[in-house]
Design a protein around this ligand. Structure first.
Ligand code: EPZ
Length: 431
């Protein structure tokens, strides 16, 4: 019943305590690179533990539009055969809708020596340049032109190079890896990002027959190969999704068992939550959160892995509104990643912004207010805010949340709280 006069929203009841357990799905930020990477081989690949989120759905449409044969099997498994892919220009209408489409640059350049693709879209976290991606492609011997919003890249032959990234960038690190695995000779990426998702992508590339060593450190070495073969791969668990549920349990003063995770990937989050006073028990592939304790104000600084993840900055901000006293939250990765602050202030959150630092006066109740999500992590934070506030909260912009969280309302229902997806009339919002 959607249409111009209706919009989808999430409705949360306030003053709820999480009590339950939830399984964590495959990592969005690994899967959105691994799917395009399957185009690097003419062999068939099998990828398991894919999250059922819209970014993945869009990528599958792009792969099909490029000529790949894609079949889903039971559960979360996909088979991709890209032997018939012969075009280097994905459909702009599909590519424009999300940022991770930039991985098609590295992949199509690596496969065909040529790619034409619109500048990447994505959520608004401030400027999101791709100069480091282009620096890497150029170093590998490609010519790059930006023409009316189109990125045109071509290379007679990609040759290994020594690339020193000016900025620690997840996207640039992965994109250069994708272009380099079939380049002639050796590539070294210095000042590389170290996120677990980068390791997962490298493991997938090596499963196809690439020679990537050092992923997860700040120096990655790639020995080019002439061709890649078949592979099977299971995507790692999503540490950001896991952290979101952990923070939600803490903020609602509830208890949660978050399962099927790699605890090591959550070290910075576990450490910081313990500093806040949250009790956590860590198992081999799970973590138990007990938020039923006094919360203390803390100083949080986001940094590239293994620092505190920028993708949990917004959910953490909501938790810190409940810790009596003054907390500081500094966003060191994206300069524009405070768009959720104004929405939270509508709920009575006492937050002051000073440059890259948010100063949070915690310990005051939030009052429900209509919230509009503008990016997926801010949207997830609004769900947490809705669960702890006084009254019912309507959250619009659900399409942002669905990009990175599978069936978010059902996952929170598994955790014992009421989050519902509704269709409301734009004309008569109350209906
Ligand atoms: C990836 O974005 C993730 N997205 C982001 O997750 C995540 O927040 C980010 O890495 C940091 O961990 C995907 O993996 C699809 P960056 P990416 O390149 O690659 C600057 C989410 O919520 N920079 O590591 O775009 C950039 O402006 C999303 O799941 C350059 O200056 O992030 C930023 O300040 C949001 N030049 C910093 O580097 C470049 O060429 C880190 O960006 C590239 C980046």
């Amino acid at each position: 019943m959607k249409g111009a006069d209706y919009l989808e929203c999430l409705l949360t009841k306030g003053k709820q305590r999480i009590k339950g357990e939830v399984r964590v799905n495959g990592a969005k930020n690994a899967a959105v690179a691994i799917l395009p990477a399957s185009l690097l081989t003419e062999g068939a690949v099998r990828i398991d533990n894919l999250p059922k989120i819209t970014d993945i759905g869009r990528l599958v449409e792009i792969l099909k539009a490029l000529g790949a044969k894609v079949t889903f099997s039971e559960g979360r498994c996909i088979y991709i055969d890209s032997s018939d892919v012969h075009t280097f220009s994905p459909p702009p209408s599909l590519v424009n809708t999300f940022r991770a489409s930039y991985y098609l640059m590295g992949v199509l350049l690596g496969r065909f020596g040529k790619v034409e693709i619109p500048m990447p879209g994505g959520c608004d976290l401030g400027p999101r340049p791709i100069d480091q991606h282009i620096k890497g492609f150029t170093a590998l011997g490609a010519q790059v032109e930006l023409e009316q919003g189109l990125v045109k890249i071509k290379a007679k032959k990609l040759r290994g190079a020594h690339i020193y990234l000016d900025v620690v960038s997840v996207g640039a690190t992965i994109n250069i890896m994708l272009a380099a695995v079939k380049a002639e000779g050796k590539t070294v990426i210095e000042n590389a990002a170290k996120e677990p998702e980068i390791v997962d992508v490298a493991n997938f590339l090596n499963a196809m027959g690439a020679h990537v060593v050092g992923a997860g450190t700040d120096v990655i070495k790639i020995q080019g190969v002439s061709e890649l073969g078949q592979a099977e791969h299971t995507v790692i668990p999503d540490r950001i999704e896991a952290g979101t549920f952990m923070i939600a349990a803490a903020a609602t003063r509830g208890e949660a068992l978050v399962k099927d995770i790699i605890p090591k990937h959550l070290d910075p989050v576990i450490a910081k939550l313990r500093e806040v006073g949250v009790q956590l028990e860590v198992g081999p592939d799970w973590v138990k959160v007990n938020g039923n304790s006094e919360l203390c104000p803390v100083d949080v600084k986001t940094f590239p892995y293994p620092g505190f993840p920028t993708d949990l900055q917004a959910p953490m901000m909501v938790l810190l509104t409940q810790a009596p006293g003054i907390s500081f939250l500094t966003e060191n990765v994206f300069e524009g990643r405070f768009r959720h602050v104004d929405e939270l202030k509508k709920m009575g959150a006492r937050i002051k912004l000073g440059g890259r630092t948010a100063i949070i006066e915690g310990g005051h109740e939030l009052i429900s207010a209509p919230l509009r999500a503008m990016d997926l992590r801010g949207g997830a934070a609004f769900i947490i805010a809705g669960l702890i506030s006084h009254g019912e909260t309507i959250i619009t912009g659900v399409e942002h949340i669905d990009r990175g969280y599978e069936q978010i309302e059902e996952r929170f229902q598994q955790l014992g709280v009421s989050v519902e997806r509704r269709i409301i009339s734009k004309v008569f919002p109350g209906k």
